[in-house]
Design a protein around this ligand. Sequence first.
Ligand code: FAD
Length: 401
Amino acid sequence: MKTDCDILIVGAGPAGLSLACSLAGSGLDVVLVEQAPLETLENPAPDGRAIALNHASMEMLEGLGVAQRFPPEMISQLRKAVVLDGKSDYSLVFDSGTRNAGELGWLVHNHAIRQALFASFSDREAGRLITGVRAERIRPLGHGHAVSLSDGTELTASLLVAADTRFSAIRRQMGISAFMHDFGRTMIVFDMGHERPHDGTALECFFHGITVATLPLAGKHSSIVLTIPSHEADRMMAQKPEALARDVEGWLSGRLGSLELNGQRHPYPLVAVYAHAFHASRFALIGDAAVGMHPVTAHGFNFGLLSQHLLSGEILRAHRAGRDIGEQALLARYDRAHRLATFGLFHATNGIASLYANDAPPARFLRGAGLRIANNLPFFRQSVVARLTKGLSPQPARRPF
Ligand SMILES: Cc1cc2nc3c(=O)[nH]c(=O)nc-3n(C[C@H](O)[C@H](O)[C@H](O)COP(=O)(O)OP(=O)(O)OC[C@H]3O[C@@H](n4cnc5c(N)ncnc54)[C@H](O)[C@@H]3O)c2cc1C
């Protein structure tokens, strides 16, 4: 039966755009529906997020012609990550172990990722884009789905993919439930210039009631990530820039010298989401709509990229073999592979985030003990580093930056 397109993707965020780019040139007719206007996709505004990308993600973005577009001032190397319990000098250190062995990953401004993805999508003519319109209601057709849009039109597709945020309305309409955990905390992110160099080191300092992380950006700049109880967010958003800078200097015990706020603060309430299924009949979930991570282990978009990589691989294999791209077995294989890759780290991340949000004395004891135990388990540190630095292929391409 004829449909208006082969694949309809709801949401042209980083996950939706990267899926369309992965399918470019296959001959499949792909349509993307995005509620935001076209200008927002072409020129996304800074949102304060510096995204830590691991080696596999960087390879995927190179393969899609995206990483080559990152302006040099939007990307920086992550060489080392140091975890501290409060102001104690005792630390848990993750680095690549051998000298000059390269970086753990890269930090790229989220708006630069979105802009580069959109440029690549446009250059590759990766699909038809409908902007400024919401996907509203889904009607199953048997051979696909009909999706009605907020402008009154309807589109039919053999395969529907939802990439419409962790609070996915399409997921809900498809009857897929999700595990959700509201941490009752808010992350406030902002850029700060500093006196001392960061040497490519990220710091994560856990205090009672507050976590302070610094992510190294290009030059003497870091993205500062404060995790605080949500009832304190308004006060911290309104705090005078100088007072905020003095507070952060104090939490960091002067490690970066004196600090200066650059630009705006951006608040993000923390809710982790894990869909109970990543597929249904002729339907798949990708990106945050499938797995919405707590940002503390910096895996949200890395998992989003993995989801589109796994799904597009299945679709392209079926299409080349002349098979149905919406077949149940294909979608079930994608579901299994993505679940296997994400389930453990999703729950481990929630466990870590909850432990560090809890100020009861046993939790405080466990935190201090945890750092020491982890430090004495070299295989633990090695496996965390291996997870970050493992590429898709044994011989990653030369970096274009
Ligand atoms: C503070 C913070 C720090 C982070 N740090 C990292 C990190 O270091 N490393 C990492 O890997 N990840 C990180 N992440 C996670 C990362 O930002 C997300 O995983 C990623 O942006 C999700 O992309 P997405 O495309 O799935 O969803 P989104 O970016 O939420 O995009 C969804 C799109 O769908 C559109 N949409 C929604 N509903 C509809 C509808 N009905 N019709 C049409 N369009 C619709 C929206 O307008 C939006 O454009 C961080 C997140 C935060 C909040």
